[in-house]
Design a protein around this ligand. Structure first.
Ligand SMILES: [Zn+2]
Length: 310
């Protein structure tokens, strides 16, 4: 069984050379505007000027080829210079997409979290500001250099669109080429609901150069597809005597002080109050049971319990 093998230097997220040591060699990693972050009520602000995302050239012809490579910390797919995000302050042109994930025992590898909750995995589609810069290498360290679209991934039914990428993990040894398809299929249906903030690359050198768009709605892939992602790839070379599985390649959430995340949608109570609503419901339930019990024991409580329930 062949696997997609790394050709790049090792980058580790945990252990002695893990993400806590990144700032020693890469000062930006200990600096400002770092990503990923947790989206929670206190930092979210509705912004009516955030328009539905407009994508151009995402429907790639099957006569064009995508290139899949293992860069030592993720699996990366090259994209075409004919793919653009339209309605940002600049035109951003697609460069590559890649994924972050957990491991088979703890499939919670998204980078961004919502109210402290991880998703199984996260897709990043990296674009660069092609109005101002000639290529992604020039743009990568500029404050307005990059725009990344992020898709949260959770378990559900088999996703045929993600399968178009995932089924190449097993067949490709070093690099793989496969036919183009509509990359928009990898995004959620709702392109109008998202979180928007200014942050950074989530791997060294952690440049604060990314305009992030994280879609509100996750997409679903099957348990089997997640398992393929969590087990098919290695950080080490094919002939390494101590092979290292490519797992848990996500950075932990960063401090987010005195900044706000713009949101394009009105938040409803349910979604953002996992930590507050649930105890309230349980509390109400116990109170109700208590009142109901009391009601049985006392004839005069019927009106009182009704009053308390208001
Ligand atoms: Zn990423």
């Amino acid at each position: 069984q062949q696997r997609l093998i790394n050709l790049f230097p090792l980058l580790t997220f945990s252990g002695p050379d893990g993400e806590k040591t990144w700032p020693k060699k890469y000062p930006y990693c200990g600096g400002v505007f770092q990503s990923p972050i947790d989206f929670h009520n206190d930092i979210l602000q509705y912004d009516s000027t955030l328009l539905p995302l407009e994508l151009e050239g995402y429907n790639v012809s099957s006569t064009d080829q995508f290139m899949l490579t293992n860069n030592g910390h993720s699996v990366r797919m090259s994209l075409l210079p004919t793919m653009h995000i339209r309605n940002l302050p600049f035109q951003y042109t697609a460069a590559q997409l890649h994924l972050h994930w957990g491991n088979r025992n703890r499939p919670e590898g998204s980078e961004h979290t919502i109210s402290g909750r991880h998703f199984a995995a996260e897709l990043h589609i990296v674009h660069y500001n092609s109005d101002k810069y000639p290529d992604v290498t020039t743009a990568i360290d500029k404050s307005d250099g990059l725009a990344v679209l992020a898709v949260l991934i959770e378990a559900g039914p088999l996703n045929p669109s993600y399968e178009k990428i995932f089924n190449h993990f097993q067949n490709v040894k070093y690099k793989g080429e496969f036919p183009g398809f509509d990359i928009q299929e990898l995004l959620p249906d709702r392109l109008d609901e998202y979180y928007r903030y200014e942050g950074s690359l989530t791997t060294p050198p952690c440049y604060p150069s990314v305009l992030w768009t994280v879609f509100r709605h996750p997409v679903k892939v099957s348990q089997e597809q997640l398992l393929a992602l969590e087990t098919a790839l290695y950080c080490t070379q094919a002939n390494d005597p101590t092979p290292l599985e490519m797992v848990n390649n996500f950075r932990h959430v960063q401090e987010f002080d005195e900044r706000l995340v713009s949101v394009s949608f009105h938040q409803d109570q349910q979604e953002f109050s996992h930590n507050t609503t649930f105890p309230k419901i349980i509390g109400s339930l116990f109170f109700f049971l208590f009142v109901a019990q009391w009601d049985q024991e006392s004839k005069s409580t019927q009106r009182l319990s009704f009053d308390l329930g208001e």
